[in-house]
Write a protein that binds this ligand. Structure first.
Ligand code: PGA
Length: 274
C-alpha cells in the first residue's frame, strides 16, 4: 500500500505528469482506464489528446469505464457523463466507442444496472488506472461524505453542495438528484489510482484526504488504503498540507534516484510518504 504525493508547478504540469503515467501503461498493451469527468482531469485529457495527435499515442487497445453517471439522463443528453467524456476526451482519440462504458442512467432498474456495471468492470479484468478528481467536500466519483468505505457501484443521492457545484452545466437549473457511481470499494480495487487536484477550493479536501483519518466524512481518504495511489497537486491544492516540506524532500530524493511517478507500477519508490 502506498500513497505518493507529487507536487506540481501548475495545472498543466499536473496534466503532464498524469499523462506520463497513463501513457506508459497504455503503451504496454491492452489497458482498462477508469475515466473521471469534471474540470480536474481536463489538463490530463488535453495532454493525452496532444500526444495522440503529435506523438502517435494510440488508445486503440484501451477500454474505458466512467466513474459515474446521472440517473435519469439518457446517454445522448448533453450533460450525461457518456456525452461529457466523449466531448472531453474519447472523441479526440482512437479509443473504440464500443469499448467505452458508462452506467446506463436511464435504466428502468437502476439497482440492477449498478450491479451489472460493477460486474462488467470485473469481467474486463478490473481497472488498471483509475483517474480521479476530488470534490471540495472530499467526494470521489459521486461518493458523498458518509459513503461506506466498502461500497460497490450503486444508486446515490447527490449532496446539495454537489448539485450547486454542477448547476453551471444545467442552464435550466434542473440538476438530477440521483446518480449511479462506482463505490469506494470498487474504486479501491483499481490497480493504480491517479488523483489530480488543483485550486485553493480543493486544499482542505486534499489535506483531509492525505493527512486526516480514514473516514467516511472524507470519502477520498479511502485512498490511504489503496494498493497504489498517486496524488498530483498544483501549489494551491497542496497549500494546506502540514507535511508539505516532507513530501517535497521525498519527491526530490525519488527524482534523484530516477524513480519518478511516471513509472510507479514498474518500480517501488525508495521512499514513500505514506
Ligand atoms: P471538478 O469536480 O473536477 O469539476 O472540480 C471534481 C469532483 O467533483 O469530483
Amino acid at each position: 500500500m502506498t500513497v505518493q504525493i507529487v507536487l506540481c508547478e501548475s495545472v498543466d504540469h499536473v496534466g503532464a505528469r498524469a499523462a506520463d503515467i497513463i501513457e506508459a501503461r497504455v503503451r504496454q498493451g491492452p489497458a482498462v482506464l477508469g475515466l473521471a469527468t469534471g474540470g480536474s482531469p481536463s489538463s490530463t485529457y488535453q495532454e493525452l489528446i496532444r500526444r495522440h495527435r503529435e506523438e502517435q499515442l494510440s488508445f486503440g487497445q484501451v477500454t474505458g469505464f466512467t466513474l459515474d453517471e446521472y440517473a435519469g439522463l439518457p446517454k445522448e443528453h448533453e450533460q450525461s457523463y457518456y456525452s461529457t467524456i466523449r466531448r472531453e476526451f474519447v472523441d479526440h482519440v482512437d479509443l473504440p466507442l464500443e469499448r467505452l462504458f458508462t452506467p446506463q442512467g436511464d435504466a428502468a432498474d437502476l439497482v440492477a444496472e449498478a450491479e451489472r456495471y460493477d460486474a462488467a468492470i470485473a469481467t474486463a479484468g478490473g481497472v488498471d488506472i483509475q483517474i480521479l478528481g476530488i470534490g471540495a467536500n472530499g467526494h470521489i466519483g459521486f461518493n458523498e461524505p458518509t459513503s461506506s468505505l466498502a461500497s460497490r457501484t450503486r444508486v446515490k443521492t447527490l449532496a446539495g453542495a454537489t448539485r450547486t457545484d454542477n448547476a453551471r452545466f444545467f442552464p435550466d437549473g434542473d440538476v438530477p438528484r440521483l446518480c449511479l457511481t462506482q463505490g469506494l470499494g470498487t474504486i479501491r480495487e483499481a490497480k493504480l489510482a491517479v488523483l489530480v487536484a488543483m485550486g485553493e477550493n480543493k486544499a482542505a479536501a486534499v489535506q483531509a484526504m492525505v493527512e486526516g483519518p480514514v473516514s467516511a466524512n472524507c470519502p477520498a481518504s479511502v485512498l490511504q488504503l489503496h494498493r497504489r495511489a498517486v496524488i498530483l497537486l498544483d501549489p494551491a491544492a497542496a497549500s494546506r498540507l502540514s507535511m508539505l516540506e516532507y513530501y517535497r524532500e521525498a519527491q526530490e530524493f525519488n527524482d534523484q534516484l530516477g524513480q519518478t511517478p511516471t513509472r510507479p507500477w514498474l518500480q517501488e519508490p525508495a521512499l514513500q510518504q505514506g
